[in-house]
Design a binder for this molecule. Structure first.
Ligand SMILES: [Zn+2]
Length: 251
């Protein structure tokens, strides 16, 4: 039995000490992870965490180039994602293969996510904040909400998808989640020492970079961070950071 996490203590240290250093990143498109939490993942990997990645689509609509087919693009983007994962020292991503932009928060997607959670048994899940209003991609919302629903209560309750036990999969509840791309962050990770790794991993997504180089990417990221909070708030936050909403699942 895993102890409850102290909500006042640092979330990642709590999970590492009281549960296990196993993280699962669930995202919608091949480059989502690198944009939102590439620095955090590089830091976790360096701290000895095992990092698995599940990506719900292969981003097969992410181009303005009319000479490329969706199938070609999916193959290219999956390869870019594998390269980026190896730069971050994460395990090879698994692609669920749903079509880009057409994702539904239905039982099929949830069952596949429950299977991955029961198979990989993460204690920390990093995924999209599926509840974020405003300017946001449909696949990000659907992936975030479906990951949340898969984690609680489905993966932890043996009466959800009971046939999975014949594959040797037992119920599992991770200890915590970090929701990325949130408007209301309460957990910030200082990624300054990992910025160059994050940028290298982003650059592995050649098809999505629109000719940007490392300097251009770094500048874009710094500007986004500065624009994300008011000046008086940013004074207490790490200058280069990735920000999340934390959800504790073991109380
Ligand atoms: Zn995306």
């Amino acid at each position: 039995m895993i102890e409850a996490l102290d909500p006042k203590a640092d979330l990642i240290s709590e999970v590492a000490t009281k549960a296990a250093k196993r993280a699962l990143c669930i995202f919608a498109h091949p480059d989502d992870l690198e944009f939102t939490c590439g620095g955090a993942v590089a830091k976790l990997a360096l701290d000895g965490w095992a990092i698995d990645i599940v990506i719900t689509t292969s981003g097969n609509k992410g181009t303005k180039d009319s000479t490329v087919t969706g199938q070609q693009l999916a193959g290219e983007r999956e390869q870019e994602s594998r390269t980026a994962a190896s730069i971050l020292k994460a395990n090879e991503p698994k692609f669920l293969g749903f079509p880009d932009g057409m994702l539904h928060a239905d039982d099929e997607l949830r069952e596949l996510l429950v299977r991955e959670i029961r198979r990989l048994r993460p204690e920390l899940v990093i995924t999209w904040d599926g509840f974020r209003p405003g300017f946001n991609h449909r696949d990000h919302r659907v992936t975030g909400i479906s990951a949340y629903d898969a984690i609680y209560p489905a993966a932890d309750d043996h009466l959800f998808h009971p046939d999975q036990k014949y594959e040797g999969l037992e119920p599992h509840r991770p200890s915590a989640m970090l929701l990325a791309g949130t408007d209301d962050p309460d957990y910030h990770i200082d990624i300054e020492p990992f910025m160059d790794i994050k940028i290298s991993a982003l650059l592995a997504h050649t098809s999505q970079m629109g000719g940007r180089d490392a300097e251009g990417l770094k500048r874009m990221y710094e500007e986004r961070i500065q624009a994300s909070v008011a000046d008086e708030e940013s004074a207490n936050l790490p200058k280069l950071r990735e920000s999340f909403k934390k959800v504790i699942l073991r109380r």
